[in-house]
Design a protein around this ligand. Structure first.
Ligand SMILES: [Mg+2]
Length: 336
């Protein structure tokens, strides 16, 4: 824009303007890569070649009053949840977690026992899925508690699952039930008690064994964990695969507790299922020919519900609901 007398307006772009994913794009452009980097920024984990092994590395950060409230969750639950989020990214690639590194910042007035309990939760989650904490760093914060969990893992077979592997005509499937973690958040915000949603929100279980199983099945072509909500994460699968995806609402699995909670409170369960994050279930693409048999075997192995909810297409980019564009979106930091 030209101003009078040739003065240029300089428009400063803030992070709120570009959102979390715009910020990640800009950061990625600043960073060089290396031949050892098999997959860099843009998937659930980085995939790194070290001699003849492939390492999977991911980190997740949580900040008090942004990602969790101390009044809603115990310190061990905070530790478990942030660790589960990081482990879930290893699950999304079909890998096995091995080691954890923890970054912690908190005010000096924090009770030492509280931090011990945070680390008890971290350690419980790590050891439950075969990993161990090997180090980290601590710093002082003037305000909120900040926790960063890095997980280092490895591939478990001859391949790993990427976001970008979906093929035209593949079906989209999800493990488990969605929306219960965000229903737990809704219950907290409205002063309600709900034990099942509390577990979904505070004690999510990353699908490590399920991810490894899917990775061994060649009918499965791409996967992501649902951390930001089904819509957002399905869009990540579609974008990375240079396809579009259609989600059929009539196919979406709605758990009995979620249906009941929504009917009692005048809410639409699909809002939670489509846009609620932090379920840490897996969304994956698979070949339509082998889908029925694969999902039958998956259910037989894990007794976890698994549901076909849509299909990949080249008729549009991004995600559509019942073939229509949607104003609903998942969670994104910085977007107002
Ligand atoms: Mg992820």
């Amino acid at each position: 824009m030209e101003a009078p007398f040739g003065v240029r307006f300089i428009v400063k772009t803030t992070i709120n303007d570009i959102g979390e994913f715009g910020l990640i794009d800009r950061i990625a452009r600043v960073l060089p890569t290396s031949p050892s980097v098999v997959e860099g920024i843009g998937d659930d984990c980085a995939v790194l070649r070290v001699h003849d092994r492939l390492l999977l590395v991911s980190c997740d950060m949580a900040i008090e009053d942004i990602d969790f409230r101390k009044t809603w969750m115990g310190p061990d639950e905070i530790g478990w949840k942030v660790t589960a989020a990081s482990l879930s990214d290893i699950a999304a690639m079909g890998g096995a977690p091995l080691f954890g590194l923890i970054g912690l910042a908190c005010p000096g007035e924090t009770e030492a026992h509280y931090i011990e309990e945070v680390f008890r939760g971290i350690s419980n989650a790590m050891s439950r899925f075969g990993a161990v904490v090997v180090g980290g760093d601590t710093s002082r914060s003037h305000g909120p508690l900040a926790l960063d969990v890095t997980v280092i893992g490895t591939t478990t077979g001859s391949r790993y699952l990427r976001r970008g592997g979906a093929q035209l005509g593949d079906l989209l499937a999800v493990s488990g039930f969605l929306g219960q973690s965000s229903a737990g958040l809704h219950a907290f915000e409205h002063g309600k008690q709900h034990s099942a949603f509390r577990i979904s929100h505070c004690h999510p279980r990353p699908r490590i064994a399920e991810g490894q199983w899917l990775c061994r099945s060649y009918a499965v072509h791409a996967a992501i964990d649902i951390s930001d909500g089904l819509l957002q994460d399905a869009a990540h699968l579609a974008d990375a695969s240079q396809l579009g995806v259609n989600i059929q609402t009539e196919l979406l699995p709605v758990s009995e507790p979620l249906a009941q909670y929504c009917s009692e409170n005048g809410l639409n369960p699909l809002d939670f299922v489509l846009a609620g994050g932090e379920d840490f279930e897996l969304a994956f693409s698979l070949s339509p020919k082998e889908a029925e048999q694969t999902l039958h075997r998956f259910h037989h192995e894990f007794r976890t519900p698994v549901t076909i909810i849509g299909e990949f297409t080249d008729r549009w980019a991004g995600v559509r609901i019942d073939e229509k564009e949607t104003p609903l979106r998942g969670f994104e930091h910085f977007r107002k």
